[in-house]
Design a protein around this ligand. Structure first.
Ligand SMILES: CC(C)(COP(=O)(O)OP(=O)(O)OC[C@H]1O[C@@H](n2cnc3c(N)ncnc32)[C@H](O)[C@@H]1OP(=O)(O)O)[C@@H](O)C(=O)NCCC(=O)NCCS
Length: 152
C-alpha cells in the first residue's frame, strides 16, 4: 500500500459558536467541542484511507480555556502515526476572537481511528510518511503514546 504524507489528509474546519452550542454561562458545551473534534478527525481518516473508518478511542481531553458564544473555533486535524489498521489523529483546537483576531489554544486531542470493511472488521491503512521536522516529531510522540495506550 502506497505511503501518504500527512499533508494529503490534513483538515482545517471552522465553526462559529451559536446559542444552541452553549450552556447557561454562555460558554460552549464540552460535548459539542468533542463532536467537532471527532468530525474533523473522521474527515482526516477518510482522506488518508479513502475507506470507512470508525473512532476506536479518544485520549484524555483537557479544555484549557473557555470558548464563548460568538467566537470562532478552528480545528486542525492530521494523521500523526499509522499502525496496521489504525491511525492516531491529532486535533488542535484554537479559538479566534471575531473582533480582534486574537487566537487562543483551547484544546488538543489524540484520537485513534480504525479502517473497517463492510462487516466492520479492521483492514490495513496506508502508512503515513512524515516529511517535515514537525511531522517527524508528531510521529515519534504518537508512537510513544500508542505504546502507553495499547501496551505495545
Ligand atoms: C475499533 C474496532 C473496529 C476494533 O476492532 P477489534 O476487533 O478490536 O480490532 P483489533 O483488536 O484487531 O485492533 C485493530 C486495531 O485497532 C486498534 N485498537 C483497537 N481498539 C482500540 C482502542 N480502544 N484504542 C486504540 N486503538 C485500538 C488496535 O491497536 C489495532 O491497531 P493496529 O492494527 O494499527 O495495530 C472495534 O472495536 C469497533 O468496531 N468498535 C466500535 C467503533 C465505533 O462504533 N465507534 C463509533 C463510536 S461508538
Amino acid at each position: 500500500m502506497k505511503a501518504k504524507s500527512p499533508s494529503e489528509s490534513r483538515v482545517e474546519m471552522t465553526e462559529l459558536v451559536l446559542p444552541n452550542h452553549t450552556n447557561a454561562l454562555g460558554t460552549i458545551f464540552g460535548g459539542q467541542l468533542m463532536a467537532w473534534i471527532d468530525t474533523a478527525a473522521a474527515v482526516c481518516s477518510f482522506r488518508h484511507c479513502r475507506n470507512q473508518c470508525v473512532t476506536a478511542s479518544m485520549d484524555a481531553l483537557h479544555f484549557i480555556s473557555p470558548v464563548k458564544m460568538g467566537e470562532i473555533v478552528i480545528l486542525q486535524a492530521s494523521v500523526n502515526y499509522t499502525g496496521k489498521t489504525s491511525m492516531e489523529i491529532g486535533v488542535k483546537v484554537t479559538t479566534e476572537n471575531p473582533l480582534t483576531g486574537e487566537k487562543k489554544h483551547t484544546a488538543s486531542a489524540y484520537l485513534t481511528f480504525v479502517a473497517v470493511n463492510e462487516k466492520g472488521h479492521p483492514v490495513p491503512v496506508p502508512p503515513v510518511l512524515p516529511h517535515t521536522e514537525q511531522e517527524k516529531r508528531w510521529n515519534m510522540e504518537a508512537k510513544k503514546r500508542r505504546a502507553v495506550r495499547i501496551g505495545g
